[in-house]
Each structure stands twice: as structure tokens, then as C-alpha cells.
Write a protein that binds this ligand. Structure first.
Ligand SMILES: [Zn+2]
Length: 307
């Protein structure tokens, strides 16, 4: 059977764009050499699960790992939830990463310390070939990485994966004290964990966290608009740590960040749209402007207004 060249190209390119399941994970290609790996599959899909009548039957707050494969090295950003619902999780992750990176050296970076982004560490912790590129301040008092194979990021730093893939780490505190974003230089992609939220709302756990977050949003916008950083803001795509939470938004873009900046000004002015929520005793209010939501605390927001 002979394929028309255009049809063949179509088959190859659509093949590239198709999600693929490996055990409990689903691999979503982003661009050649960059993929999103979600700890969800058709048997346990992302987010709130419903039956045919619409009744809630389950929930998978899956998170995302991002694998960046350069010419010489590869970087895996984040390690998802610790999967208990599929016995093949460790072996599946090892094999899918191994298949994608071949003989390249593997580095692992983490956006922040929360357990839903470090859960699959057992798949790589004891592998002597793996190096951890870690914002060590984030893990003070909760050291989980093998010290002899941990390279501290130390402020802002970069990692050259070869073949034009350079990853730049930039601190984005607020959600946690040392949350870190990873820009893939020249590709207009940034991986932010929970540092900016994933569309549903960035969770801010204290007044100090909010003060940090205000500075983070301003600093990120400045970073993106500094020509030397080589970012085309009209093409920038932000990949959060819980991709499914972006809901109906097609993708998170520069507009999301600009809306965050406006939202912070609106909170200060008392004009932000507010929605009462109950994510525990502290996280009681969603503040909303445009595409941006900050999940925070009503009383601390009032104090911020009065400052
Ligand atoms: Zn988090």
C-alpha cells in the first residue's frame, strides 16, 4: 500500500500529537522533545469523575510532570502524586522516561515541595545515574533527595541539555517560599508547578505568601519583557502543575499573568470579584479578575487593603 506524501505527513504529525497511555500515566506531546506526563488515564481520568447521569463517582487530582529531552541530557520537572491505584506505577514511569531519553543523562527538578509533585521519587531516588537539580532552600528540614547526587540551583540558574535546549530556573515564591519556574529558552514555554496556579486559582497560604506572590508576578512580567531573555510574549505558554484545572481555557498565556497583576491591584482597591470557598479554615475566598483567580483569605485581604 502506498501513502500519498501529504497523507503520510498528516499521519506522522497527528501521530506525534496523540496522547499515549503507559500504565497509570498519559503522555501528551507538546513540541518535539517536550512532553507532559499526567498521572491519569482512561480508567482514572483527570479531575471530577461523573457517571452518565452526572453524579460524582470519583476524583483524580492528578498533576503533571514535564520531560524535556535535549541532545545530551534530559530534564524531568516534578514527580506527580504517589500513585496507589496502579501497581505498575514505578515500573511504568521508569520505562516511559527511559524510552524517551535513551542513553541521555537524566536530571530531575522540582517546582515546589508539596507531595503531589514529589510522589514518584521512589522511581528514581536510588538510580545512581540520576542527578537532582534542586532548589535546596525549598527542602530545608524535609530533605528527600540523595545528597551525593543533588546539585543545588542556588538562586536563578540554568541547565544546558544540549542541542539548543537550555532550561532557566527562576524563583517564583508565593505558593511556597521557594517555588521555582523553569523556562525553556527560545521556545516560549515555562513550567510553573503551582507557583501561578493552573487556572483554577493559585493557593496562597499566608499574608507573607501574598506579599511574595505580588513581587513574583511583577518580576515574572519584567523577566518575560526583558529582550535579553529571548521570550516572545505573544507566543508564551504557561504549563501549570495541574493541567486539568485550566478548565475551559485553551491554554494559559501572558494574558493570565497580566490578569494576575490586575487582580492584585483589584484586591488592593477592593474591586476584585469574590467567591466564598471552603478549602480548609484559611483558604476561604476566591478573588477573581479576567482569567486570574487567587485563592486566599478574606481577613488577610482586608488587612492588605488597609496597609
Ligand atoms: Zn502545591
Amino acid at each position: 500500500m502506498k501513502f500519498h506524501p501529504v497523507l503520510l505527513l498528516l499521519l506522522v504529525t497527528t501521530g506525534l500529537a496523540q496522547p499515549r497511555e503507559v500504565g497509570p500515566f498519559t503522555v501528551h506531546p507538546i513540541i518535539p522533545g517536550v512532553m507532559r506526563i499526567e498521572d491519569a488515564n482512561r480508567s482514572n481520568p483527570a479531575g471530577i469523575q461523573r457517571d452518565a447521569q452526572g453524579a460524582v463517582t470519583g476524583f483524580n487530582n492528578c498533576s503533571d510532570m514535564y520531560l524535556l529531552v535535549g541532545r545530551e541530557r534530559a530534564l524531568l520537572i516534578d514527580l506527580s502524586n504517589a500513585i496507589k491505584w496502579d501497581d505498575s506505577a514505578v515500573a511504568s514511569l521508569q520505562s516511559l522516561v527511559g524510552e524517551a531519553i535513551g542513553a541521555r543523562k537524566l536530571h530531575i527538578a522540582i517546582t515546589h515541595y508539596h507531595g503531589d509533585h514529589t510522589g514518584m521519587l521512589p522511581a528514581f531516588r536510588d538510580n545512581p545515574a540520576v542527578t537532582f537539580w534542586i532548589q535546596t532552600d525549598e527542602f530545608k528540614g524535609r530533605e528527600i533527595f540523595p545528597p551525593e547526587r543533588t546539585v543545588p540551583i542556588g538562586g536563578d540558574s540554568s541547565l544546558d541539555l544540549g542541542g539548543g535546549f537550555v532550561v532557566e530556573a527562576l524563583k517564583i515564591p508565593g505558593h511556597t517560599d521557594h517555588s521555582t519556574a523553569y523556562f525553556l529558552r527560545g521556545k516560549n514555554l515555562v513550567f510553573t508547578g503551582d507557583g501561578l496556579g493552573s487556572g483554577n486559582g493559585v493557593w496562597i497560604f499566608s499574608a507573607e505568601g501574598f506579599a511574595q506572590y505580588r513581587r513574583t508576578v511583577d518580576r515574572l512580567i519584567t523577566h518575560i519583557r526583558t529582550p535579553a531573555n529571548g521570550i516572545d510574549e505573544s507566543r508564551l505558554v504557561i504549563f501549570g502543575g495541574h493541567h486539568w484545572q485550566k478548565r475551559e481555557k485553551e491554554k494559559l498565556t501572558m494574558q493570565y499573568l497580566l490578569d494576575m497583576q490586575k487582580l492584585i491591584a483589584d484586591i488592593k482597591a477592593g474591586t476584585a470579584r469574590e467567591e466564598r470557598v471552603t478549602f480548609g479554615p484559611y483558604l476561604n475566598t476566591n478573588f477573581i479578575s479576567g482569567e486570574a483567580t487567587i485563592t486566599w483569605n478574606k481577613a488577610d485581604a482586608e488587612k492588605f487593603r488597609a496597609e
